[in-house]
Ligand binder design. Structure first.
Ligand code: AMP
Length: 428
């Protein structure tokens, strides 16, 4: 199938061909036709599948084929809500790139930066607004945004927006929109909360889905390195140096842990930056830009900060800590092996995390191979301890959702099962 056969406008085909896309990805093949017909969509797709173009291209097509019935000032005709600032910025960039040959104006608003330039842009008139819920509500309360003419609403990474506690904000925004709008909801997972939201919001939606949710991409090789907690950082430095990795995304469970790890890697002579919710927007943008341009080798991120990061062809992802919620493991390793590229996801797992590991293996329905790295063998005399949640609100919420069972603390025999007990160092 070609982009031409999807019936998109010539201006969009030109922008797509300049991006170098040879053919629409599966989610694009499935989502673009019904969106062009004006149907609501329930999309099951993770970042990395091409979902952004999957909703942006038909959205741009529809807006440029019709005029807003609202007279006067250029009204906001499409609203795209995303959970994080980074994702908002990335979606805005996609809208700009795909829409570069169309006379539509777009703008992005998120917190952590001054509100005044955003107000100026909104005043000048914007067709497509990309926003995070919190800052959008600030604008709503200051009456600097009018959503009454929105024709298309996109909820991107809806599951993460709910996880981050945005449901009330989203409801407030929904109350300001007309009933007749077209709604496109994308989510990597389908919890009951998401289903409830979709039932209320979507009108006979077309279901589009690429990978079965909660399955890890086939193009990602996964591996567990059992290691003691206190030796994780040394093992990480060793893996990066001995394999000469140039670009590694490392996940940390807590913001504090992310900062500390980035600092420690720097002392090991490995350039690193941390990205998480407590960092200023400027610092987050800079860290991401430095990572993308290979100025820093390691980006240490918390789950929320990393969600939706669009980094092309990321070869290595390391779970320095396992996530508290098994679904987050699938999201994390989705950062690698994207758009047909091979990727490698490594998890450094200490004895405290065996329960989390079992939850993950149950979710992805496979056992992840375990390889003990020579000189980093776990000490069998170390007993499991409860996991430190680091005062991270998200972690605390997840902790409430899934209370660790006492078995986690009683684990004596690390990494039993068919783990690869032969010590060997990885040379790749
Ligand atoms: P997304 O899932 O929207 O974050 O997109 C993931 C990556 O795939 C981005 O870097 C896109 O530029 C890229 N991409 C999107 N559509 C295509 C396509 N049809 N062919 C190749 N790459 C694509």
């Amino acid at each position: 199938m070609s982009f031409e056969s999807l019936g998109l406008r010539a201006e969009l085909l030109r922008a797509v061909s300049e991006k170098g896309y040879a053919a629409p990805s599966p989610i694009q093949q499935q989502a673009i036709p019904p969106i062009l017909e004006g149907r609501d969509i329930m999309g099951g797709a993770q970042t990395g599948t091409g979902k952004t173009a999957g909703f942006t291209l038909p959205l741009l097509h529809r807006l440029s084929n019709t005029r807003s019935p609202q007279k006067g000032r250029r009204p906001i005709r499409a609203l795209i809500l995303t959970p994080t600032r980074e994702l908002a910025a990335q979606v805005a960039e996609s809208v700009r790139i795909y829409g570069k040959y169309l006379p539509l104006r777009s703008s992005v608003i998120f917190g952590g930066v001054s509100i005044n330039p955003q107000i100026q842009k909104l005043r000048a008139g914007v067709d497509i607004l990309i926003a995070t819920p919190g800052r959008l509500l600030d604008h709503i309360s200051q009456k600097t945004v009018d959503l009454s003419a929105v024709e298309i609403l996109v909820l991107d990474e809806a599951d993460r927006m709910l996880d981050m506690g945005f449901i009330h904000d989203i409801r407030k925004v929904l109350a300001l929109l007309t009933e007749q709008k077209q709604t496109l909801l994308f989510s990597a997972t389908f919890s009951n909360d998401i289903k409830r939201l979709a039932n209320k919001l979507l009108k006979s939606p077309t279901l589009v889905e690429v990978a079965r949710h909660n399955t890890a991409s086939e193009s990602v090789s996964q591996i567990i390195h059992p290691v003691d907690k206190t030796r994780k950082r040394a093992l990480l430095s060793y893996l990066i140096a001995s394999n000469n990795w140039k670009q590694v995304l490392v996940f940390s469970r807590t913001k504090h842990g992310a900062n500390r790890l980035a600092e420690q890697l720097m002392t090991d002579g490995i350039t690193a930056a941390a990205i998480h919710g407590n960092k200023s927007q400027g610092a987050r943008t800079k860290a991401l830009a430095d990572f993308k341009s290979n100025k820093v080798r390691v980006l240490v991120a918390t789950d929320i900060a990393a969600r939706g990061l669009d980094i092309d062809q990321l070869p290595h992802v390391v779970n320095f800590d396992l996530p508290n919620v098994a679904e987050d493991y699938v999201h994390r390793i989705g950062r690698t092996g994207r758009a047909g590229n091979e990727g490698e996801a490594m998890s450094l797992v200490c004895i405290d995390e065996l329960k989390l590991l079992r939850d993950i293996e149950r979710l992805i329905k496979r056992e992840i191979p375990k390889v003990i790295v020579k000189d980093f063998e776990p000490d069998p005399s170390i007993k499991a301890e409860p996991i430190n949640m680091g005062g991270n609100k998200q972690a605390a919420r997840n902790q409430n959702r899934r209370k660790p069972t006492s078995s986690q603390n009683n684990q004596r025999r690390p990494f039993s099962g068919n783990s690869n007990k032969q010590s060997r160092s990885r040379t790749r």
